[in-house]
Write a protein that binds this ligand. Structure first.
Ligand code: NAD
Length: 386
């Protein structure tokens, strides 16, 4: 079977779904060919030469789509208003019965044309973002890999826009106080941000509605800040639930106090299936010291901060509010490497047997991540109960 890796064409996307190292692994495991679109790895620092050395073949976009049995992608293929795929991606040119694996987000309205196209073409497809976050599937978990990078990069972006050191220093020119960082939401991205800010020498505080997060925050050397209202925010499967009004009010009072004191706030708070909760109001942003920085990692889901403009950097009364929605892509080599490891391990776990895909619908990981099977739309299952 031949694997194809197209160039990602979405504006600003710098990642690639497959590294040369993983291309070599797949060839070693018995796949006939790995076709890489010319320039696909360029922005992530993987040269065409590196792919060729790994045994892959460089081709143009149409050959990737026409000659492959399995296509590996990051973003969903782009669809034009005519229902056809745009100039560089040729989903319409992909063979009937082909297999497409990527972060397809099939439940988002704008991706419906892609799903319709996959049904019409009789494709089998898997969405990496729908892989259940169970222990066995941790090696395929692109959500965690990308959240981990986003948390790290959020701290770097914040420090780039912050006019002082992160760490404290005593120098001949004077004593420099350490920067104070508050991280709201201590899931995968939040814990990564806390660890990064700590390593850079900042004083770090973490907050989460799930009490299980306390120990994780403290184990990274940060302080876990709390409200006096006792309520645990754990919903199903380790995710958060919507909190009572009493808790919400207490949380908001805490953030207003913290806003006056800290230099950097990184927000990551999300509740599955809902818009991101608004946790930083205009009043809180105005209360921050000039030169302070907010990075809103929930920007793509509506944002945790009232001032956030998704995808943009805003200066609000001297406070920089960063709403970038492409943080993993801003660390393209690392993000591509982890994504490629995840997708390669996933592909090998459902590896072809006797010349065809060994799809086992009784396998929970397969059943939950499959979108279409030979053109049949497979309905998504409800989230795993706690
Ligand atoms: P997420 O991105 O859905 O949410 C980020 C954080 O925001 C969560 O910690 C949540 O509790 C917090 N939050 C929500 N509302 C808040 C509010 N009002 N104030 C403050 N914080 C708020 O979460 P995630 O990073 O995807 O991880 C969620 C959970 O899933 C964690 O418990 C994590 O350990 C678990 N997880 C398990 C696996 C696995 O077992 N394979 C993999 C990944 C994550």
């Amino acid at each position: 079977l031949t694997i194809g890796v197209p160039l990602e064409v979405r504006s600003g996307e710098r990642r690639v779904a497959m590294t040369p190292q993983n291309a070599a692994l797949l060839l070693k495991k018995g796949f006939k060919q790995v076709l890489i679109e010319n320039g696909a790895g360029f922005a992530a620092q993987f040269s065409g030469h590196a792919y060729e050395e790994a045994g892959a073949t460089l081709v143009n976009a149409s050959r990737v789509w026409y000659d492959s049995n399995i296509i590996l992608k990051i973003r969903p293929p782009r669809i034009t208003s005519r229902g056809l795929v745009g100039t560089n991606n040729y989903l319409e040119g992909f063979r009937k019965g082909g297999v497409l694996i990527g972060t397809l987000q099939p439940n988002i309205d704008r991706n419906k044309p892609v799903v319709d196209s996959m049904v019409r073409k009789g494709l089998t497809s898997f969405s990496m973002d729908m892989i259940p976050r169970i222990t066995r599937a941790q090696t395929f978990d692109v959500l965690s890999s990308m959240a981990n990078i986003a948390g790290y990069k959020a701290v770097l972006e914040a420090s780039n826009h912050f006019g002082r050191y992160m760490t404290g220093q005593t120098t001949a020119a004077g004593k420099i106080p350490p920067c104070k960082v508050l991280v709201i939401g201590a899931g995968v991205a939040g814990l990564s941000a806390i660890a990064t800010a700590r390593r850079m020498g900042a004083i770090v505080r973490g907050f989460d509605t799930r009490s299980a997060a306390r120990e994780q925050v403290q184990s990274l050397g940060a302080e876990f800040v709390e409200v006096s209202v006792k309520e645990d925010g754990s919903g199903g499967g380790g995710y958060a639930k919507v909190m009572s009004k009493e808790f919400h009010d207490a949380e908001m009072a805490l953030f207003l106090e913290q806003a006056k004191e800290v230099d950097i706030i990184i927000t990551t708070a999300l509740i599955p299936g809902r818009p991101a909760p608004t946790l930083l109001t205009e009043e809180m942003v105005s209360a921050m010291k000039p030169g302070s920085v907010i990075v809103d990692l929930a920007a793509e889901n509506g944002g945790n901060c009232e001032i956030t403009v998704p995808g943009q950097l805003t200066d609000y009364k001297g406070v920089t509010v960063i709403g970038y929605t492409d943080l993993p892509s801003r660390l393209p080599t690392q993000a591509s490497t982890l994504y490629s490891n995840n997708i390669t391990k996933f592909l090998l776990s459902i590896s072809p047997k006797e010349g065809h895909f060994g799809i086992d619908m009784k396998d929970e990981v397969v059943r939950r991540s499959i979108v279409t099977h030979n053109g049949e739309l497979i309905p998504a299952l409800p989230p795993i109960a706690p």
